[in-house]
Design a protein around this ligand. Structure first.
Ligand SMILES: Cc1cc2nc3c(=O)[nH]c(=O)nc-3n(C[C@H](O)[C@H](O)[C@H](O)COP(=O)(O)OP(=O)(O)OC[C@H]3O[C@@H](n4cnc5c(N)ncnc54)[C@H](O)[C@@H]3O)c2cc1C
Length: 415
């Protein structure tokens, strides 16, 4: 258990992952007063450090495109702003399709993203291989080059930078302090309860990742997310692999690959994903207990082995996974939680919380401190759901969103 916690704060943030730490940094920067972040485990230890670290400018709508732009601009300027080291690899990325239907999808997405201001270029298969020499051209039907995409090699580095930046501006981050209660008086947040003491606070942010629904319920509020497993692996070093080579997303099978630690990282979206709610598990459940299943990644590897043959030539140095927080409509949950004044949330990552955290943490902090965010994100607020789905319908909708990560129009994955 952590030591005693302060008895008062202006804002308590629950969760020291990408969402909570980004929010804390920007709250402190925007002048929110005493900001305290609590985590039930060590800060930066749950889903966020397990991410692939990819950022993606091509998005399904204009709002998320603007958020993605803001997020990339923010991480590129973060070291200069905070003095915290944060290496960002400006690799660019390739969207690759190997079926006619997915090729048509790339053309539509390219056209719409260009309208929304994304710099991109449709490229031939030979050009794909020039840009990304680890990719073979034979099966490629269409490809799009997005030079502005980036990745962060070790996701922990962004989390450390947030925490360092937040600490420099006076925020406190306390690990091993689980929030066990949220005090609500006359419909308003009054503070939180922990085994290390109570903290009186008029504002509480639920950024508890896979536990966000459970934490919302401590205040009698509904935060409708479905935690779902996601995995990746990193191969042993591959001769000639360069960190500057682009990310490649092979959308017909929803697989992404990128250079990693001298080898190749592969992750992807299976068609039968595993929902897994910590609420139904032992109280000590953590990301270390998520059951990893290499067979899922083995299957995905088989689907791309002719496009990325090096995956089969070397061994695997790391296999990791954690829990996405999916929502019924595939959009983030960010903003005030209906029914409890002073309770805010930032969750519903839908697989992109690491990369959007710089933008969403900043906008949420502005919303809390100044009454409105500098970019209108009300469309993402939890109040958008006019009715509560049944549990079965919520899980089914969340699974649909997971399996259509690269094809929001509903195009099915290739078997
Ligand atoms: C394998 C994998 C690859 C991914 N790749 C990418 C990617 O390339 N790009 C991208 O954008 N996203 C990616 N993601 C998604 C990304 O990791 C998540 O969206 C992001 O980490 C979510 O951050 P979070 O802060 O919500 O969760 P977390 O990092 O899990 O943080 C939540 C914190 O809340 C704490 N908490 C919970 N309950 C309590 C409580 N009662 N009291 C106190 N603390 C509590 C937890 O201990 C935890 O530390 C990936 C995810 C996985 C699993």
């Amino acid at each position: 258990m952590g030591g005693r916690v302060p008895s008062q704060a202006d804002v308590v943030v629950i969760g020291a992952g990408a969402f909570g730490l980004s929010t804390a940094y920007f709250l402190a920067r925007e002048g929110a007063g005493r900001v305290v972040v609590l985590d039930r485990y060590a800060p930066r230890s749950q889903t966020s450090p397990r991410a692939a670290g990819l950022f993606k400018l091509i998005q399904g709508d204009e709002l998320r495109t603007r958020l993605a732009r803001l997020a990339i601009d923010t991480v590129l300027g973060f070291s200069e702003e905070t003095g915290a080291p944060l290496p960002v690899e400006r690799s660019g990325s390739l969207l690759i399709a190997r079926t006619e239907a997915h090729a048509a999808l790339i053309l539509r997405e390219a056209e719409q993203s260009r309208r929304w201001g994304v710099e991109l270029e449709l490229v031939a298969a030979t050009e794909v291989c020039r840009l990304a020499p680890y990719v073979e051209p034979d099966e490629i039907r269409a490809a799009c080059w997005i030079p502005g995409d980036v990745y962060i090699e070790e996701p922990a580095s962004l989390l450390e930078a947030y925490q360092e930046g937040a600490a420099k501006r006076g925020a406190a981050v306390c690990g091993h302090v689980p929030v066990t209660g949220i005090r609500v008086r006359a419909g308003e947040v009054a503070g939180v309860v922990t085994p290390s003491g109570k903290i009186a606070a008029p504002v509480v942010v639920d950024a508890a990742g896979a536990w966000a629904r459970e934490v919302g319920r401590l205040a009698g509020a509904e935060v409708p997310i479905v935690p779902m497993r996601h995995q990746l692996y990193i191969t042993d070093p591959v001769l000639g692999m360069q960190p500057s080579y682009p990310i490649a997303r092979i959308i017909d099978v929803a697989v992404y690959v990128r250079p990693a630690r001298g080898g190749i990282m592969l992750g992807g979206f299976e068609s039968d994903p595993l929902p897994l709610d910590p609420a139904g598990r032992d109280e000590s459940f953590s990301m270390d207990d998520v059951p990893l299943d290499f067979a899922v990644l083995e299957r995905l590897t088989g689907q791309v082995e002719r496009t990325v043959p090096d995956l089969r030539r070397v061994g695997v140095q790391e296999h990791r996974g954690g829990l996405f927080t999916m929502t019924a409509d595939g959009l983030f949950l960010v903003g005030p939680v209906p029914g409890v004044r002073g309770l805010w949330t930032l969750t519903g990552c839908n697989g992109s919380g690491f990369s959007f955290s710089p933008a969403l943490g900043r906008l949420l902090a502005e919303w809390i401190v100044h009454g409105e965010p500098s970019l209108d994100i009300r469309a993402l607020s939890p109040g958008r759901f006019s009715r509560q789905l049944s549990e079965d319908d919520l899980v089914a909708a969340a699974v649909w969103q997971y399996t259509h990560y690269y094809s929001p129009e509903g195009l099915e994955l290739e078997a």
